[in-house]
Write a protein of this length. Structure first.
Length: 283
């Protein structure tokens, strides 16, 4: 393997935990929050929102919920004073309007999973120069800085290792990334100008295709998880324009869920964030 495999990543992660326990000072700037959701996420979403409002150390200009058109989701957004974005309005098409992308063994339809990643990379949602994408089931418990006073992007990193993500980046950009840890951490800050540069680089490398079509064509159908928008952008950002922190995250089953203040009191001393993934819902 060309990049750091699992065992070495675990050692690197432990080193970072020991070396960097504190946060960075935040840049005083507006930032947008973007949360992709579907109706099943609405039960856990209020906890995510409380984490966002309590723990992001920047001024939140607006929170955008991006979703398939849904009356239930629209009602939720109105109640919580959030901006609803119909996913069809972003790229001009929905997953159902594309030829399905089946991947893995046995084959599964991954069209929607890829589509929601492209929504984030579009840069079309929100108005602030910076925006944070966060998963609907991800709950912040400690203060999080995403941009330092000298405008470096702060990336929270995990030990996840999936080689197809890196070979895909090489197909898309012509460069294989060499990274100690993973940028997949259920949340990421994006700077719109850098993101535009990434889209341009992909289009130059795959002319005359548009960036999103180039990504669709780059996918390896033999792998169930053939692409990561977080790995793509995190590795694209120049080293001198970013800093890293270990994500200090743990996932729990839905049976361990409670109100936000109780979760914070119980877990914030150990973890920056926690997650209640849907695959653990019945455990």
């Amino acid at each position: 393997m060309k990049t750091f495999p699992k065992i070495r990543r675990k050692l690197c992660y432990l080193y970072e935990v020991i070396r960097k326990k504190s946060n960075y000072s935040p840049l005083h700037t507006d930032i947008d929050i973007i949360i992709p959701v579907c109706e099943k996420d609405l039960a856990i979403l209020p906890l995510c929102l409380e984490g966002v409002k309590n723990c992001i150390c920047h001024h939140i200009a607006a929170i955008y919920i991006i979703s398939p058109d849904s009356e239930e989701t629209r009602t939720f957004c109105t109640k919580h004073q959030l901006h609803f974005i119909n996913e069809k309005e972003v790229l001009g098409y929905t997953p159902k309007e594309r030829e399905p992308f089946y991947a893995g063994n046995p084959k599964r339809d991954r069209t929607g999973w890829i589509f929601q990643q492209l929504l984030k990379l579009s840069g079309k949602i929100g108005k602030s120069p910076y925006f944070i994408v966060i998963d609907a089931d991800h709950i912040l418990l400690q203060p999080h800085t995403f941009i330092t006073p000298n405008r470096k992007l702060v990336f929270y990193q995990s030990v996840q290792y999936h080689e197809p993500y890196y070979t895909n980046i090489e197909r898309l950009t012509g460069k294989y990334p060499h990274t100690h840890l993973s940028y997949i951490a259920h949340k990421m800050v994006f700077e719109r100008e850098l993101l535009a540069d990434l889209r341009k680089q992909i289009e130059l490398h795959h002319f005359p295709l548009k960036w999103d079509e180039a990504i669709w064509k780059s996918l390896d159908s033999t792998d169930i998880s053939a692409f990561s928008e977080f790995e793509l952008f995190g590795n694209f950002v120049p080293i001198q324009e970013k800093v890293h922190l270990p994500w200090l995250q743990k996932s729990f089953s839905y049976g361990e869920c409670m109100d936000y203040e109780s979760l914070r009191k119980k877990h914030a001393s150990k973890f920056r964030s926690i997650t209640f993934p849907s695959f653990k819902k019945d455990k």
